[in-house]
Ligand binder design. Sequence first.
Ligand code: NAD
Length: 263
Amino acid sequence: MGWLDNRVALVTGGASGLGRAVVRRFVDEGASVGVLDVSADGLDDLEDELGNSVVTIAGDVTRLSDNETAVERTVDAFGRLDVFVGNAGVFDDNVTIAELPEDDEALAKSFRDLFDINVLGYLLGAKAALPELVETNGRMVFTASGASFAPDGGGSLYVPSKHAVAGIIRQLAFELSPTVSVNGVAPGYVPTDLSGIDSLERDEGGLIDESEFDPSVHPAGIVPTPDDYAGAYVLLASEENSRPMTGTIVRANLGRDVRGIGA
Ligand code: NAD
């Protein structure tokens, strides 16, 4: 018995990193999963790994029509939609306000390129999934971040965009309760393409070499893997196990916040 037996989910940005770990774990827990991502190669690879348990849709979260196609293809393949996971995101390489372009057009483009994916993309995915989720009394789960609460990795575009994600979670929970539940997971640093810390060597327990240990980034010298976070998404996707939770953002950061490091 899995926690998500007979459930159907749609995950954006599921071709790599955190999203991919979530897709894998959802399938392990009995779900069938639609995956929307811009990376066609990543999606092919995912299909090779997970076969008929997934249906993949190559598309861009910044277009409503691509989100609608993803919902449609998922429902065509698996008959219903119970869970929407908004996760696709991009980083700003810690750009400071002073480093943002001077030119109006270039500045607006930097802003839009990031906010369109990190913020608008979540809203469009939620909008496209909503009619199906209303049918199933479904659940939405969004990837937030420590940067949703305070400057904690990221610069003057990424951190405001992740604060906006906290706003999306709370507003949609307010609007949609009790029909659809809306929650988030706020991971701390995790090695993925986005965070660019893939290169750290870890032993089996996740402990990194002393020479690379930076206590401001890795409390207790532990570097989690994307898989370590996937269980929090399973919890929030599972109606049986998190029914009363809505508008909640689960902090999963190895104690960075309680240690007073970052958010
Ligand atoms: P990642 O780069 O490994 O994965 C992001 C995925 O999103 C990729 O598969 C990419 O192709 C996809 N994507 C990007 N733009 C897209 C678009 N326009 N349309 C569809 N798909 C698109 O990065 P990750 O670290 O797994 O990031 C996933 C989420 O986790 C992001 O929302 C990020 O902000 C958040 N997050 C990451 C960390 C971290 O340390 N890595 C910490 C906190 C939160």
